[in-house]
Structures are given as C-alpha cells and as structure tokens.
Design a protein around this ligand. Structure first.
Ligand SMILES: [Zn+2]
Length: 343
C-alpha cells in the first residue's frame, strides 16, 4: 500500500495487482520488518491486494475525470471492524458440524459455535472481529436451490412502526418485545459511555458493553426478519409491498425509527433474493400511490386520512369502516396486481 502511494507520487503511475503481489512475495516477505506477513495465509493477502487494487482503480478513474480525490486510506488500527477473506483450495477450509469445529488456513481446527448447518461447496471464508472483540467466520458456499412448488396465494403488506407488518388479510406481526427492552437498555449504556473520559480504561470497558448489546440486538433482529421473510416466501406465490422512501429514511433522527428503517430495508432485501431463489414474484409499488387514503371498497379518496393519527375511518362515499393499515395493505395488493398484469 505504501509502495503504491510512493509510486504514484514519484511517477504518477499505478502498480498492477500482479506487480503488487510480486512485490509482496519478493521483497516484503524477506524484509525483517514484515516477517508477520508469512504467518498470514496467501489468499488473505492476495484478496487484500485485490481490494486495494480496486480502490486505486477507482482513484485513478476519478483523476481522469478531472477530480482531485484523496488517496485511498490505510485501514486504521482503531477501525472497529477488522476482517480478511481466504479462498478455498485443497480442503484448507472445513466445517465439522458434530464437533462444532472449523478448519481455517494457518489456524488449523478451532472450536466455534456453528449457527446453522449447510451443504454445498465451500468457496471462501471471511474472518472478522467485531467491535466487542468477538471473532466471526462467515463461510460462502455454492448450493443448488430447488424451486418451491407454485401456489395461488397472494400477499400484500404495509410495514409499520407500532406493528412490524400488517397484511391485507388483517394479520399483524409484532416486533419482538425483547428488542424494545434491549434498545432502551442500549440507549442508557450509550448515554453512560458519552460521560466517560476519552481514552480511559472505563470508557473502553463501556464501549465493549455497548458493542456487545448492539451485536445482540442486530442478531435477534436478523433472526426475526429471516423467520418472517421465509414464512412469507413459503406460503405465497406473489408478494407485494410499497417501495421504501429512501429520502425520508436518511433524514430520520429518531433512534427507534432509524432502527426500524434498517429492518425494513433488510427485510425487503431478503424478500427480494429469496423470491429469486424459490421462483416467487416480489413486486414493490411506488410510494406516491396514496395507499392509506383510498377506500379499498369503492375507490373514494379521503384526504382526511392523510393525518397519521387517524387509525380508523368510515368511507364518506360507501360507508365502509376501515382500519388504516389493513385498508392500505388491501390497496397495495390491488395496485400491485394491476402493475404486474400490465408488465
Ligand atoms: Zn368507500
């Protein structure tokens, strides 16, 4: 990396990734100062060089476009997330599900907690250390996915703050209660952290506490989202929701809302790729569609429902009584089906 920057400063040219790899093997590994490089497996180094290379290519592209970007940065030692990726070759990565062990290059067999079983060909493993100091290995595997058998079920839903999800049949899914408690606790720990002196031992201890709880929350949320998205994909052939309002998401300063936004985003992502995997149709309608204000029975548009505090309303045209969210989900369903039939 330093070599790349030096070279650029001297000659305004770039070192290719192959040159970089050669430089590493011919010089750096023989240099006493860099003896530790030998302890790291070669794929991890090569992958780092390739990542570095794409950062530099991006840098040169911007220069060509007449910009003056900053140099790609060295990864800070204070960087909270540290990771490297290593590729599979000659069974250098193996997982033993009975003994709860994983074999990694240069590290041999290590005891670990395996989150779930998998089949398939191992392609690579990414080893990372989280902010709280825990190590994680994620293994990339290649598998053949069998499409699910088709059915006639259609589901449309609205994502909310009070309930996580409200569908067109009136079914709701609540956020896990435990999360609410943990999030309150997290806010408290965070406030305590802010009061601790910068650079002190106590601050570091507190930082780890915050990071641990944060990781716990992220994991519970992820599990929760996976369970629901899998269930929806299992049961329905067509899945319809509203596009998320990205602009509104960035501007949000409320913590609970911000966390929800992240969940909605992740949930949508899961539905999208799982639909692709299993041969389902996932469709998102545009947000400008006034799903809340339209009567799902007669199509009358009731402007008064714009007010978010209106939870229930009676249609002035046909007299039907609506729950705000269920009515919205019904409209999302109708609009989605309309768009799908045109497409
Ligand atoms: Zn009506």
């Amino acid at each position: 990396m330093a070599k790349k920057i030096d070279l650029y400063k001297l000659e305004q040219k770039s070192l290719s990734k192959i040159d970089c790899n050669n430089h590493l093997n011919q010089f750096l590994k023989k240099d006493e100062q860099y003896q530790w490089l030998k302890e790291i497996d070669k794929f991890a180094l090569t992958n780092s060089i390739y990542n570095l290379d794409s950062a530099f290519q991006h840098f040169f592209r911007r220069i060509k476009q007449g910009e003056t970007p900053g140099f790609p940065k060295f990864k800070s030692k204070k960087d909270n997330k540290k990771s490297y990726t290593t590729n599979f070759t000659n069974n250098n990565i193996e997982v033993d599900f009975d003994k709860n062990k994983i074999k990694l290059p240069k590290l041999k067999w290590i005891k670990c907690k395996l989150h779930r079983n998998f089949d398939g060909k191992i392609k690579s493993a990414t080893i990372s250390q989280t902010a709280s100091g825990k190590y994680f290995v994620s293994v990339l595997v290649e598998i053949e996915i069998e499409q699910k058998s088709k059915n006639d079920n259609i589901i449309a839903f609205d994502l909310g703050l009070k309930e996580f999800l409200i569908d067109c049949n009136g079914k709701t899914v609540d956020n896990p209660k435990i999360l609410y408690e943990y999030e309150k606790k997290l806010a408290k720990l965070q406030r305590q952290l802010d009061k601790k002196k910068k650079g002190s031992k106590n601050r570091n201890k507190q930082r780890i506490k915050v990071a641990r709880l944060y990781e716990k929350i992220v994991n519970i949320r992820k599990n929760f989202l996976h369970n629901i998205s899998s269930q929806i994909i299992n049961e329905n052939q067509i899945i319809i929701s509203e596009k998320l309002n990205v602009k509104g998401m960035v501007q949000n300063h409320n913590l609970a809302k911000a966390i929800n936004n992240v969940s909605w985003h992740e949930f949508t992502r899961q539905l999208e790729y799982k639909s692709n995997w299993y041969g389902r149709t996932f469709h998102q309608i545009d947000t400008w569609f006034a799903s809340s204000q339209i009567c799902s029975d007669c199509g009358f548009k009731n402007q008064e429902v714009k007010d978010l505090s209106v939870r229930q309303w009676q249609c002035p045209n046909c007299g039907e009584i609506h729950d705000r969210d269920i009515n919205a989900a019904k409209n999302i369903k109708r609009q989605g089906l309309k768009e799908l039939s045109v497409a």
